[in-house]
Structure formats: C-alpha cells, structure tokens
Design a protein around this ligand. Structure first.
Ligand SMILES: *Cc1c(COP(=O)(O)O)cnc(C)c1O
Length: 422
C-alpha cells in the first residue's frame, strides 16, 4: 500500500458486520475468564490488554497505523510530544549518562533536556546541526548514549542531515532518535535514512485540527541493542519478573521496554477518545500535507519578494540554505510552516501579528487553519539569548503556519497586515 492508502486502512480493518469507523474502547480494564490468563498477561507471555495505563485497543490500532506509516516494527502513543521525547530518552539513559542533541530543536524539548533531565543527572550537549562530522564525533564520550535531532526544526526550519547523523551515531554504536513532527511520514520517513527511533508530537499535523495533545514513539527495530552498551535491554529487568527485552522481543525490544517498564511507571498513556480523534486526522494526513506544502511555497515566495521582509526561512525556497538537504529528505515539500523576520524587528513583528485578521494568533502550529506565533515572546521565552541564537531564533522572527484556506485569502490577509507597517 502507498502512504495515502495506509493513512486510511492501516491499524483497523472491519470484518463482516463490524463498524466502518474505528471503535472507541473507553474502558480502563479488560475482562478475562481465568486468573491464569491474567498471570500470563503480566508475564508478557500472552497478547491482550489488561489496564489502560499500559495499552488500550483503540490506542493500539492507532499505534499500529503510525508504525506502518513510519516503517517501524511498533509504536507507543503518549499523552504529549513532550512525554514521547522524555520516554524515548529515559528508555536508554540513566543518571550519569550523556547524549547529544541538535541545538535547533523545539524550545520545549530544549528545556526538558537542558534543565529537567540535568536535574535527573542526565547531561545533554547541544550541537550545531551544521557542525562537521568530526566536530560532532569529538563531543562523544564513553557515556554518550544517543543523538537526537528534528527533521525540520521548529521554528528555525533547519533540515537535519539524518543520514549523516545516523552514520556518526552508528559508528559509535549508538542510536539516532529523530523528531519527525513537522515533516510527518508523508514528507519524510527518517527510518529509511538510518534513524533508529522516530518520535512525534501528534498534536501537530498528524492530528491537524487542534483537538488533542499527543505524542508517539516509533521503533524501527533496526538497532542492535545487544552490542554491550545497552545492558538495560539485554540483562534481566528486575522490575518486570526478570524479563530480557532483546531475548524475548527481538526487534521490538526498545518499544516493549518503553511500554511495559516506563509507561507502566509514568502513566502518560492517552485516552481512547484522543486516539480516535488523532486517527481522524491521520486518515487525511497525506492529502492535507500536499496542500499545506503547496500553499506555504506560494506564501514563502511572496514574502521573500517583499521589501519589508528581512529574511524568510523555508527550505522549499531555492535560495534557502537548507534547500539541498530538503531536496534529499523532503522531495514532496517542506510542510506548511515557515518563519520570517520583518526589517523593523520585534516591534513590527508584533504589529504585523496583531493586524492579521484571518490568521489566528495562537500557541499552536501545523493546524488546518493558518496561525502565527512570536517565538521570542511565547514558546521560546524561557530560553536565554544565547539559546535563542543557537535555536536559530531572532527577536523579530515570526512563525507562520500556513493552513488550508484558499491561498489568495491567506495572501490578502498578509498584504493588509504588511500595509499597516510603515
Ligand atoms: C510541539 C512539539 C513538541 C512537543 O509536543 P507536545 O505535544 O506539545 O508536547 C515536540 N517537538 C516538536 C517538533 C514540536 O513541534
């Protein structure tokens, strides 16, 4: 099946007389005829759901769909993108460990890595995604466990050279984790370029309608955890009856451990209704992404040609520094998100945003409706000036998320707001 078809048909195929739409199993628990069977579930010796903090039939169908879209062996849905980042890291990092992350990643992820994980004894070194492979390799220590980057960075819109970073990671026997939120599997499937784990904030394009906050972790099944560096996946897990994840679950070792150990303990599992809502978004994802890209390309070209605009970041523009990488990783388009700065800096940015009538001023992105945000005073206000620069953000930068309205209406709105700036 092609991706458009997978969006509609993976995860749930109704049998004779069954509901055409994916059913919502809104239940905390599941009924079994024997104590022995429940015992087997606890031992992971039988398939089945037991408690909706760990798995649920509706969520499981959505997990299966997303795993198929990304080309992974399994997936785990979470209550947010933040929970997906956290669990993907904690699954292989403990106090005393270290990892590398691109400095241009989402501001919330920077806080999680730089502040909260640091308090737990896990250290992150932020790297310039354009640093040479030698420079990156020089930062790898004996306790470095992974490399983390974003396919299209929010909001710097740098394109991550997935294949190059996968090679560096694999040369040092560690996995590459890629946040593929902005690209979605419709525009890029990082596993095909060597990523080992893919995560998403499903809150963004996957949902697309701004109706649920969620995340997901996808396991490629390709990384060899039995290389002497990841004993937590090889040695018996004392908290789970001595299960050995690699021995018992093979290619699905990482994602099984994330669910049975960390999800069990942290409880960041989504409700069935949210998985159902997410699935509605997934069904149209391929069609929506095509139009988002088409509209954004037109808006980016319009802004780039306007003399009130200082610069536009959009990898789809031939003049963008990341255009070459976009041609390789995102041949179908580079999403609906662009960022730009007005020559008048911060004051003009605020004036422009407050003058928009169609586009909404919201703390959100990657929605069907066009929306704008000012990173320096909103999502990234926690960051120091130094972190802002490293994240590719200037004080006057506007993040513009192009929706599915008619592109002429979007342009008319931009034109009238630009006219308010002298
Ligand atoms: C929004 C976002 C996150 C965090 O996701 P939430 O669902 O808001 O927790 C992580 N990564 C990227 C790229 C994002 O845009």
């Amino acid at each position: 099946m092609r991706i458009e078809t997978k969006c509609l048909h993976e995860g749930y195929t109704p049998k004779n007389g069954e509901p055409q739409a994916m059913p919502i199993y809104q239940s905390t628990t599941y009924n079994y005829e024997s104590t022995e069977h429940i015992g087997k579930l606890f031992d992971l010796a039988a398939d089945g759901h037991m408690y909706s903090r760990i798995s649920n039939p509706t969520v499981a169908m959505v997990e299966e769909k997303i795993a198929a879209l990304e080309g992974g062996v399994g997936a785990l849905c979470t209550t947010s993108g933040q929970a997906a980042s956290l669990i993907s890291i904690l699954n292989i990092c403990s106090a005393g460990d270290h990892f590398l992350a691109a400095s241009t990643i989402y501001g919330g992820t920077i806080n999680l890595f730089a502040v909260t994980l640091k308090r737990l004894g896990i250290e992150c070194t932020f790297i310039d995604p354009d640093a040479s492979s030698e420079e990156v390799a020089a930062l790898i220590r004996p306790n470095t466990r992974l490399i983390f980057g974003e396919t299209i960075a929010n909001p710097a819109l740098t394109v991550f050279d997935i294949e190059r970073f996968a090679k560096i990671a694999h040369e040092h026997n560690m996995p590459l984790i890629v946040d593929n939120t902005f690209a979605t599997p419709v525009l890029c499937r990082p596993i095909e370029f060597g990523a080992d784990i893919v995560i998403h904030s499903t809150t963004k394009y996957m949902d697309g309608h701004a109706i649920q906050v969620g995340g997901v972790i996808v396991d490629s099944g390709n990384f060899n955890w039995d290389n002497g560096r990841y004993p937590e996946l090889v040695e018996p897990d004392e908290s789970y009856h001595g299960v050995r994840y690699v021995e018992s679950f093979g290619k699905a070792a990482f994602i099984t451990k994330a669910r049975t150990q960390l999800m069990r303990d942290f409880g960041a599992y989504p409700a069935a209704i949210n998985a159902f809502l997410l699935n509605l978004g997934l069904e149209t994802l391929a069609v929506r992404m095509e139009r988002h890209c088409k509209n954004a390309q037109i808006v980016a070209e319009f802004l780039a040609a306007n003399d009130k605009v200082e610069f536009v970041n959009y990898p789809g523009l031939a003049t963008d520094p990341y255009h070459k990488l976009a041609e390789k990783y995102l041949p179908l388009g580079t999403s609906g998100v662009l960022s730009f700065s007005l020559k008048g800096g911060r004051d003009d940015a605020v004036k422009f945003m407050d003058s928009l009538q169609l586009a909404s001023n919201v703390v959100h992105v990657a929605d069907i409706r066009t929306c704008v945000l000012h990173p320096a005073s909103e999502t990234h206000r926690q960051l120091t000036d130094e972190q802002l620069v490293a994240a590719g953000i200037t004080p006057g930068m506007i993040r513009f998320s192009v929706g599915l309205e008619h592109v002429e209406d979007i342009l008319d709105d931009i034109k009238q707001a630009l006219a308010k700036i002298d």
